[in-house]
Design a protein around this ligand. Structure first.
Ligand code: PYC
Length: 312
């Protein structure tokens, strides 16, 4: 039996496991994520894959933090594996923890496998997160993509690895989502085939297409393909952090200046950044989340798909 609370952040769903998760013990969140993946991956599939979930659903396991200055620990995962950080998921988890009466308005720290993030719960639904340090790792990298030709973009870290490009093969509209998904998947595969990675050989598992915004007060619109083949309904918190890092590196966004990022479904995050003592870009992302359901997930041992549908 697993108890979950579902929310969406600017359209992108998060399922927070509040009871009945895997027994990961103590230790760092990075170590607990490793144990989760190696020994308890069936919990991930049980929680987010069909028939209880769907491809776009991002899971978050609520953990005791190792760092006692933190209000909670979070390990993020999706239909195929595990995430470093997750911006929309952190906003969703904050609103859910407030719904549970575990946190109130104000600033809190959450521990994740890639570092501590801070969360400012401004009201029942509005949250600003301060993400981990983000950076552009490589500028204007060109990859030859079958069916698309040369695609040029930046490689950046925002808590996950992103390839960000303005070489958008289709308009960033909801009607074009199937075609954008195929194109972004082709870019992801071409990067891997060409050996183009994030730092230390890390796979680039998020592709971000950029185009002009629809709303007159927004600065850009994006389409983000996540690992596992689902697109982000929100503007993607880590993807927007990666974007801010690229803008900062290019001298196109000053510290404290707002960047309004629209998603392909028309929702938005407002982003900005500060520089820490070492000069690193620390992005902040503001967005809204709404709790949509509370559920108890059941497991029948006679069910051939008791642990969810998994690729074989
Ligand atoms: O908001 O960072 C994010 C995110 C990553 C994958 C899906 N959403």
């Amino acid at each position: 039996m697993m108890r979950v609370i579902d929310s969406h952040t600017e359209g992108e769903p998060t399922r927070l496991i509040v009871e009945g998760g895997p027994p990961l013990g103590g230790g760092s969140l990075a170590e607990r994520r490793r144990l989760f993946a190696e020994n308890f991956d069936h919990f991930r599939s049980f929680a987010v894959n069909e028939p209880r979930g769907y491809d776009a659903l991002v899971g978050a396991l609520l953990c005791e933090p190792e760092d006692k200055t933190c209000a909670a620990g979070l390990i993020f995962f999706n239909n195929v594996g595990y995430l470093g950080m997750c911006g929309h998921g952190t906003i969703g988890a904050a609103v859910t923890l407030a719904h549970m009466g575990r946190i109130g308005n104000g600033t809190h720290r959450f521990e994740t496998p890639v570092g501590v993030v801070s969360v400012d719960l401004k009201s029942r639904n509005e949250v600003t997160i301060e993400n981990v340090a983000s950076r552009r790792s490589r500028e204007a990298v060109t990859v030859q993509v079958p069916g698309l030709g040369a695609v040029t973009g930046d490689i950046a870290w925002g808590g996950n690895w992103f390839f960000l490009t303005h070489d958008t093969p289709h308009p960033l509209t909801m009607a074009e989502i199937p075609a954008l998904t195929v194109a972004a998947d082709a870019v992801m595969k071409a990067l891997a085939a060409a050996g183009i990675t994030g730092d230390g050989g890390a796979p680039i598992d998020h592709i971000e297409f950029f185009g002009p915004p629809v709303a007159p007060d927004a600065h850009g619109r994006n389409f983000v393909l996540c690992p596992g083949g689902a697109y982000d309904r929100s503007p993607c918190g880590t993807g927007t952090s990666a974007k801010v890092a690229c803008l900062a590196a290019a001298g196109k966004l000053a510290p404290g200046q707002d960047w309004v990022q629209e998603s392909v479904v028309g929702s938005r995050f407002v982003a900005r950044y500060r520089r820490d003592a070492a000069g690193a870009v620390i992005p902040s992302i503001t967005g809204r989340a709404f709790v949509v359901s509370e559920a108890v997930l059941l497991r029948d041992p006679d069910d051939p798909f008791a642990d969810g549908l998994r690729p074989i």
